[in-house]
Each structure stands twice: as C-alpha cells, then as structure tokens.
Design a protein around this ligand. Structure first.
Ligand SMILES: C[S@@+](CC[C@H](N)C(=O)[O-])C[C@H]1O[C@@H](n2cnc3c(N)ncnc32)[C@H](O)[C@@H]1O
Length: 258
C-alpha cells in the first residue's frame, strides 16, 4: 500500500473479523456461510456480465496476468491445479487453454456458480462443491492453487490459507487475487463508483441491489495487501510478491509454500 488512505469508511480488523460480519450486519459464522452461498447461487446467471460491467472488463486483464503467472510457475512444478472459489469457471478456462495437459479442479461452495462453470467447461476440468475451509483433497496433492476474489467471502479465511498450505506440495504456488486498497488520490473516485454505480448495476442487471451492496461492503472490510502478506506468512508461505492493479484497487499475491 502506498501513502495514507483517505475516506476509509470501514476500518478493517484483520481476516478473523470477517467471520462475524455479513455486509454491515453481525452474523454467526454458519449464518454467514449460508448467506454467502445463497447470494452466489442467486447471482450466478448474471455474475460474468456483472463483472464485465462493474470493472469495465478490467477483471479479465487481472485474471490473465494471474494465469500467466500460473503458467510460469507450472514450468518448475508437477501436480494438480485447484482453482479455489472458481465460481463460473472463467479462470479455469484460461488455465485449461494455457496448460492443456494439467489436471484442473474447480472447488466452490455454490452449486449455482458451479452449474455455470459446468456449462462453460463440460468435462475438461473437474468440479468439487466444498467450503474452502475443509478441502476434500489429500495433503501435498496440488502444485498450484489459484484463488481470485474469493477469500474475502469466506467464513474463516485464516483456516482457508492453512488448508491451501496443507494441500500444496512444498514449493507449491498460491496465486491470490483480491480487491485491495486504492491509492489515496484515486480512492474518492473509486468510492463513488462503489457506492452508486455498482449497486445500481446490481439492481438493473442482476435484479439484486442488496447482493452487490454486500460485495462492496466486503471489499471495504478486507485487509490491505501488507496484512494479507502477514497472514500468508502465518499460514506457512514465503517468497511473497505483490502486484497492484488499477492504483491498488486489486492486488495479486504470489506465494510459495515453505
Ligand atoms: C466473487 S466470486 C469469484 C469467482 C471467480 N473466482 C472470479 O474471480 O470471478 C466468489 C466465489 O467464492 C465462492 N465462495 C464463497 N465462500 C466460499 C467458501 N467458503 N468456500 C469455497 N468457495 C466459496 C462463491 O461461491 C463464489 O463463487
């Protein structure tokens, strides 16, 4: 993160605080898990279109950068690839095109999102409906885990990072793409877009203003890139590199399991 952050409406309290919040409301962790699953089931049919509209297509560039990093990492690695919180399968589709011979599994907790992924990718990848907090994979099974725009939605993000560390081989790579903190000069414009444009698009295109209000609140509550790097170290990762996109609106963390 560069410079002080202005106009910050909600101070983040680290990953642990996310378990008890759903947007601006207080919830129990099981309630949160259910609300998040139901939300993504509801918006799944319009999810990809909404992503293009909200980000003016930029999410595609960020995901391509992540998949390029994945292809580079896989040059030195052997093992499975898991696209965690893989949603509608756009990242798995890019991975499949770059790495045609690799085993790729999309893991996600929302049957609605997985149904869209199945339509997109058929039997070219595998699908697992699971919470990321308890992955049904053997220890040290995977060479690479991609996790894009999923961690902030998870009920127990610290446990998810520990699970990712468990399923990765030593030296295996985690690529974590998430919203982050915009630079102070850009933040006012970004906040206007978040507060007015995104909920309006959510209402008009997805028919679900509340869902998109939650998504914006979850972005505000998510810790900055330095805090995420510290969480990665605590979960057993090293060689952490961070790349910021769009003046810090999103960040790609690359890390290796020690
Ligand atoms: C914002 S979408 C991101 C989808 C896709 N990775 C992308 O970048 O477009 C978040 C995804 O995380 C999934 N998700 C939320 N909580 C989860 C959990 N605890 N375990 C696994 N997946 C979860 C949701 O179902 C949803 O598909």
């Amino acid at each position: 993160m560069t410079g002080p952050q202005a106009n910050r409406e909600t101070e983040t309290e680290g990953l642990a605080a996310l378990s008890h919040r759903f947007g601006s409301g207080a919830v129990t962790p099981p309630q949160r898990a259910r609300f998040v699953r139901e939300l993504f089931d509801r918006i799944a049919p319009r999810y990809d279109l909404m992503n293009d509209l909200m980000s003016l297509g930029l999410h595609r560039l960020w995901k391509r950068t992540m998949v390029n990093a994945a292809a580079d990492a896989m040059m030195d690695l052997e093992g499975d690839i898991i696209d965690l919180a893989g949603g509608t399968g756009d990242i798995a589709a890019l991975l499949r095109a770059r790495l045609p011979d690799q085993s790729i599994t999309i893991a996600d907790t929302s049957p609605g999102m997985l149904a869209v992924a199945r339509k997109r990718l058929g039997d070219t990848v595998a699908y697992v409906e699971t919470p990321a907090e308890a992955l049904p994979f053997a220890s040290q099974q995977a060479a690479l885990v991609t996790l894009a725009f999923g961690l902030r939605n998870m009920t127990d993000p610290a446990r998810v990072l520990a699970e990712v560390a468990r399923v990765l081989k030593p030296g295996g790579c985690l690529l974590l793409l998430e919203f982050s903190r915009a630079s102070a000069w850009f933040n006012p414009a970004y906040q206007l877009h978040s507060r007015f444009v995104i909920p309006a698009l959510g209402a008009a295109v997805a028919g679900d203003r509340r869902a998109y209000r939650y998504l914006i609140e979850s972005i505000r509550q998510f810790p900055d890139a330095a805090s995420i790097s510290a969480e990665l170290v605590a979960a057993g990762f090293g060689a952490i590199a961070v790349r910021r996109f769009m003046f810090g609106v999103a960040a790609l963390h690359s890390a290796r399991k020690l």
